[in-house]
Design a protein around this ligand. Structure first.
Ligand SMILES: C[S@@+](CC[C@H](N)C(=O)[O-])C[C@H]1O[C@@H](n2cnc3c(N)ncnc32)[C@H](O)[C@@H]1O
Length: 278
């Protein structure tokens, strides 16, 4: 990530992340740059003693006024991932109110790959670059295990729910750098409809969670049996989804779908649930 001199770094949905503060500190010079941390939930905001860092409690789905700056860098670490779970209307409000239309470089760290998120960005920005920024294989996962670091990637669990990383264990995320906002292919008034179409197509047609291969894999994983809800959640959802769709959310939706308290599911029920959930 290369930042211009004296940037205004705005962290969209900072949570407890110190990424923007770390970026500011890495710039070196005492006066170089400012950071504004934004979140609507102030409870976990990182503490900072640097006068160049400030916090703004605001809703990113609404327009937020920012100070004038020639070198504006918008940082989004997994906030887009969360907003995507709210649907096309929220994604459109977020982007049109606080990303597009600003003369800025927008950096987005996401668990979503090019087919899913890159496709949206490449229709909204003049230029989009993407790099894979993290990848862990079995050896790394095993090192995590030794250090007793909790890690719940579904590939890292065996059929009994025990942490058992193998060579299939991978965890990737992506860094997108988007420039030239407001100069993309989709016109402002069609953005929401286009995003909706893209998400619908993706979930209905390309959703790997209910592809035939995935269903086969789940059958093997379940060994024809019935698993506790927690074990189902661990195996079925990827890291990105689990970071925003917790076990409690899953349990709540399964029980609403079933209309009763549920402690476990058979694989056929999981497949049905995943179809309904789309
Ligand atoms: C997945 S977390 C990522 C937090 C942080 N960037 C990190 O990397 O740890 C998403 C963050 O976005 C914030 N957020 C979600 N929707 C928001 C909104 N409409 N307005 C402001 N903040 C929001 C949440 O409070 C949360 O802190």
């Amino acid at each position: 990530m290369v930042l211009p001199p004296d940037p205004l770094i705005v962290d969209l949905g900072c949570g407890s992340s110190t990424l923007s503060i770390d970026l500011l500190l890495s710039l070196g010079g005492v006066d170089s740059g400012l950071v504004i941390l934004i979140d609507f939930n102030p409870t976990s905001t990182p503490t900072f003693s640097d006068s160049r860092v400030s916090y703004l409690n605001a809703d990113l789905l609404k327009p937020i006024e920012l100070p004038e700056c020639d070198n504006l860098c918008l940082i989004d670490k997994s906030t887009m991932d969360y907003i995507l779970t709210l649907g096309p209307e929220a994604v459109t409000s977020y982007l049109t109110n606080n990303v597009l239309g600003r003369d800025a470089v927008y950096y987005c760290v996401s668990y979503h790959d090019e087919a899913f998120l890159g496709c949206i960005f490449s229709n909204l920005f003049e230029s989009v670059e993407m790099v894979e920024v993290e990848r862990e294989d079995g050896a790394d996962a095993a090192a995590h295990k030794e250090k007793d670091v909790a890690d719940d990637d579904n590939e890292a669990y065996d059929v009994n729910g025990n942490f058992a990383p193998n060579s299939k264990y991978v965890k990737k995320c992506y860094l997108y750098k988007c420039c030239g906002s407001g100069r993309g292919l989709w016109k402002n008034e069609e953005i929401e409809e286009r995003i909706k179409q893209h998400l619908d197509e993706f979930y209905m047609e390309k959703n790997t969670m209910i592809s035939e291969e995935r269903v086969e894999e789940l059958r093997r994983l379940f060994e024809g049996g019935r698993l506790k809800l927690e074990d189902v959640w661990k195996r079925v959802f990827d890291e990105g989804l689990k970071s925003v769709y917790g076990l409690e959310d899953f349990t709540g939706e399964v029980e609403e779908w079933k209309g009763e308290k549920v402690d476990g599911l058979r694989v056929e029920e999981v497949v049905e649930f995943l179809k309904v959930m789309q």
